[in-house]
Every structure is written in C-alpha cells, then in structure tokens.
Write a protein that binds this ligand. Structure first.
Ligand code: PSU
Ligand code: MN
Length: 310
C-alpha cells in the first residue's frame, strides 16, 4: 500500500492480505450503488459483482466513504447501508478531502475510486460506464476523463452511455493520452448497445494480451489508465437507435428543468430507466457482471505476466 499508516483510508483484512501476497484484487466503484441504480437492484448488483469476481478467482474491493473513512472492501452490512440509506453523497477525487473532513458517507465515482485503488496498489478496476463529455454547448466534462489520464490502472467498462456525446468523449480520451482497447471488438461500445459506430484502433482477444499491454505501459513509465471497453452481452443489449431517441428526450427534459453539475448523470440515468420501463436496468446489471468477470480474469493474467517477467 502506498497509503500512510493512521490515515482515514482503511482496507479490510482480506484485501490487505491479498495485496501483501501479490494476489489478484479488483477494485469497484460505488456511485453506481448510491446514485446509478434504484434500491434493491443496486444492492443485488453490488453483491453479484463481488460474487462474480470471487468465483473467477480474485478478491473484490468495493471503495466507498463511510462516516468520513475511505473504505476499501466492505462487509455485507456496509454494502446494504450504502445501497439503502438516504443522504449518500457522490464523491469524486476532488471531494475526498472534504468527505473525510466532514465525515461524509457516499459512493465514489470512477474518478474517486481509481485514485484510491491506485493509491492502494490495485492494478485492475471494473465499472459499468465511465463519465464523459456531455451533449450540448459549453459541455460538462466528467472528471473521470481527467483522472483516467493520470492514473496508471486498467479500467474495464462497457464504453460510455449514449446520454453523453460519444464522439467528443472518444476524442477527449485521445487528446489526453488515454489508450482505449476493445475487448474482442473494434467498435466503441455504447453501454446499452454493442456498437456506437465509432471505430477503435486497437483490440485484444484475451485477458493475457491486455495484461501484457498494461505491463508494457508500466515499464515505459506511462501514467495514464488503460481503458478496456467490453461490449454488453448480446442477449440483453438494446439497439443503438432505440436508446438514442430515449436519451434525446431525457437530455431535453434535463435542460428544461435546469439540472446541472453532479446531478446531471444521475438524473439522466433515472429518466432512461423510466422511459425504457426497466429494460435499461436489465442491460446495466448484465454488463456490470460481465465487466467484473473480465476484470477478474485480467487481474489474474496480470499477476501471471508479472511473475514471468521477473
Ligand atoms: N455512468 C453510468 N452509470 C453511473 C455513472 C456513470 O452509466 O453510475 C457514475 C459513475 O460513478 C461515474 C459518475 O464515475 O457517474 C460520473 O459522474 P459525472 O458525470 O458527474 O462525472
Ligand atoms: Mn459533471
């Protein structure tokens, strides 16, 4: 761990031991639990993701704030609290100082979580979709993108949601030097849909290949994340055109109601779920588990690659 003793950053025993022994650990965010999905789907999901990671042979580490402590690895009762209690904050990397100082509880975003995961020495992180460049003029840009550009960690996601401006998001990643690699695809996935029509330059066929690329980046001293985009499972994916129309309506409603800042993403996610009568939530759950599994496989491959490189 690169974290000073006696700070408000606490890893549970299972994770401390696994990290100490060099065993595979997969970090998970928690804004998807506090702000991304309704109760009880959020709790079911948090448990399922942890279960999938364990059954694939890695240790799951959900990151969240509980009463001002940054926690890595949560007990069942703590996951339940996060999923069901009101007043949970949405915490990005810049909020960590306030959150500890003011004893907040809440979910950490991709930006907040990868900062913590990297500080703890974790190499692989899984989420559903990353934040990105929002649609419209004077666009709101998620801090996830900036944090990805300065955190050396493998991030597994299903691309970004069509609530965002996807071409601008992909462009931003390029400008800021974040490599994007398609897992068995050459198309940037759009979270609910397998394809966005945006082409990728790189793809990988196996977790081992991804692990080797990340090691290569590390030995070169590159400081950015490696963003692995994993399309949602075919059985639950929705057609891009269908979801795009729903999103357009949601974006217009958000503008009309004057929603801004960190409330935009949760508002749009809620509207899309409402308008697809839950179909969006079904894809969301399926792809999160799919990403957790791939992340676990990559974390195992990374450990193998590391050993064979010594
Ligand atoms: N996108 C999703 N679901 C989510 C989020 C994003 O499809 O739950 C959450 C993630 O935690 C992400 C955060 O890091 O929202 C981004 O928020 P913002 O756009 O305010 O940066
Ligand atoms: Mn924002």
């Amino acid at each position: 761990m690169n974290i000073a003793e006696g700070t408000n950053f606490i890893a549970n025993d299972e994770i401390s031991i696994a990290l100490g022994r060099g065993e595979p650990v997969v970090a998970l965010e928690s804004t998807v639990i506090t702000h991304g999905l309704p109760y009880p789907a959020n709790l079911e999901l948090a448990r399922d993701m942890e279960r999938v990671i364990r059954s694939s042979g890695a240790v799951p580490g959900t990151i969240a704030l509980l009463d001002g402590q940054i926690r890595l690895g949560l007990a069942e009762s703590e996951l339940t609290r996060l999923a069901s209690e009101g007043g949970m904050r949405k915490i990005g990397a810049r909020d960590l100082g306030f959150a500890v100082h003011n004893k907040w509880s809440g979910g950490t975003t991709v930006a907040g979580s990868i900062f913590c995961a990297h500080a703890a020495g974790i190499k692989v992180f899984a989420t559903g979709g990353i934040g990105g460049v929002h649609r419209g003029v004077g666009a709101d840009v998620s801090a996830d993108l900036i944090q990805l550009s300065r955190t050396p960690i493998i991030v597994v996601c299903a691309g970004a949601k069509a609530i965002l401006d996807l071409p601008a998001t992909v462009e931003y990643l390029e400008t800021h030097g974040v490599p994007v690699i398609g897992y068995r695809t050459s198309d940037f996935p759009a979270f609910y849909s397998q394809n966005s029509g945006l082409k990728l330059e790189c793809s990988a066929e196996s977790p081992a290949e991804i692990a080797e690329i990340a090691l290569e980046m590390g030995s070169l001293g590159l400081k950015s994340a490696l963003l692995v985009v994993n399309p949602p499972p075919a059985e639950s994916a929705l057609p891009f055109e269908e979801i795009d129309a729903v999103v357009n309506e949601a974006v217009e409603e958000a503008e009309r109601e004057g929603i801004s800042g960190k409330d935009v993403t949760p508002y749009l996610l809620g509207k899309v779920a409402e308008k697809t009568s839950g179909a969006s939530i079904k894809v969301n759950l399926a792809l999160l588990k799919n990403n957790a599994k791939l992340a676990a496989e990559i974390s195992i491959a990374y450990r193998h690659a590391l050993k064979s490189n010594i």
